[in-house]
Design a protein around this ligand. Structure first.
Ligand code: G1P
Length: 284
C-alpha cells in the first residue's frame, strides 16, 4: 500500500496526522483496506511511507499497555477493536524519500519482495471498493489468463480525466475485459473508454522492471499506469475485472465525508440518530 503522499487535500490536518489514519466512523481508512487484503488471503503488508509518516505503520503495532488497561476494565469490545489491525497482516515498511509518483512508490517496495513472490497486489488506501471480494476475483482471472489484472469501474465520462483509463476489448465474460492500452488522466474527449482504474492492482513481478524504464508522465510523475502501458506494448497480458459495486474516494474531504456518512448510517450505535439529524438538517 502506497501511503507516502503529502495529503495536501487534507491540509491543515495532515500537517500532523497522516490522511490514511483519519477515521471512517472510528476506524482508519487504511485498516478497512488492510482488512480487505487479509480477507483475500494476503499475509504480508508492505506500507510505502515517507519520512514523518511513521504513525501509519505504528498504527499496526500491538499496544500491550493499552490492551492490559482495557482488559482490566472489562472493555472487551474496545479490546477487540484495538487488537484487530495488528492481527490482520504482518506489516513491514518501505520508504519513499521523495514524492515522485505512484509508480515510483510501488517501485520502492521491490526490495521487500521475496524470490518466490510472482505477483504483488497494490491497494491504494484512498480507495474503498465495496463490497469487498474483487481481489479474489482478480486472482482467479490471473490464474486463468496470466499476467496482470486490475480492477475497473465504469465512470461517468465527465469525471474520467481524474483516472487511469483503459482501452478495452470484450472477452466471453461481461465482467472481464482484455486491456490493449492504458492512459493516465486523459482529457475526457481523448479517453479510450469510460473504464477507469480504481485502486486495486494485481501486478506481475515484471512491473518492477517496467517501472525502471518509464519516464515522468502525467503531472510530471512516474506513473504506475505508464509502466502497465509499457508492459502491454511488449505483449504482457493485462485484463480488468469490472467491479459493479460501490466505491468511496477517501483521498479528498468530499469523498471522505460520504464514506464516513455511509458507514455511520450502517452503524448500530450511530446510524439511527445520525439519520434523524440528517433529515432535520436537510429540511432546514
Ligand atoms: C491514482 C492512479 C490512477 C487511478 C486512481 C484511482 O491516481 O494514478 O490511475 O485511476 O489512483 O483512485 P490519483 O487518484 O492518485 O491521482
Amino acid at each position: 500500500m502506497p501511503a507516502a503522499g503529502l495529503g495536501t487535500r487534507f491540509l491543515p490536518t495532515t500537517k500532523a496526522v497522516p490522511k490514511e489514519l483519519l477515521p471512517v466512523v472510528d476506524t482508519p481508512g487504511i485498516e478497512h483496506v488492510a482488512a480487505e487484503a487479509a480477507e483475500a488471503g494476503a499475509s504480508r503488508l508492505v506500507i510505502v511511507t515517507s519520512p514523518g509518516k511513521e504513525a501509519v505503520a505504528d498504527y499496526f503495532a500491538p499496544q500491550p499497555e493499552l490492551e492490559a488497561t482495557l482488559a482490566e476494565r472489562g472493555k472487551d469490545a474496545l479490546l477487540a477493536k484495538v487488537r484487530r489491525a495488528p492481527a490482520l497482516l504482518a506489516v513491514e515498511t518501505a520508504t519513499q524519500a521523495e514524492a515522485l509518483g505512484l509508480g515510483h512508490a510501488v517501485g520502492c517496495a521491490e526490495p521487500n519482495l521475496r524470490p518466490e513472490d510472482e505477483a504483488v497486489a497494490v491497494l491504494l488506501p484512498d480507495d474503498l471498493v465495496l463490497p469487498t471480494g474483487v481481489l479474489a476475483r482478480m486472482a482467479q482471472v490471473r490464474a486463468e489468463k496470466g499476467g496482470t489484472v486490475l480492477c475497473a469501474f465504469d465512470i461517468p465520462k465527465e469525471q474520467i480525466s481524474a483516472y487511469g483509463v483503459f482501452d478495452v476489448e470484450d472477452t466471453g465474460d461481461e465482467d472481464v475485459k482484455k486491456v490493449n492500452g492504458m492512459v493516465e488522466k486523459p482529457p475526457a474527449d481523448q479517453a479510450p473508454s469510460t473504464y477507469a482504474a480504481a485502486g486495486r492492482y494485481l501486478l506481475d513481478r515484471a512491473i518492477f522492471d517496467a517501472l525502471k524504464r518509464i519516464t515522468p508522465g502525467a503531472g510530471g510523475e512516474l506513473q504506475l499506469t505508464d509502466a502497465i502501458a509499457l508492459l502491454i506494448t511488449e505483449g504482457h497480458p493485462v485484463h480488468v475485472v469490472v467491479h459493479r459495486g460501490g466505491r468511496h474516494d477517501l483521498g479528498n474531504p468530499g469523498g471522505f465525508l460520504r464514506a464516513a456518512v455511509d458507514f455511520a448510517l450502517d452503524d448500530p450505535d450511530y446510524g439511527p440518530s445520525l439519520l434523524e439529524w440528517l433529515r432535520a438538517r436537510i429540511s432546514r
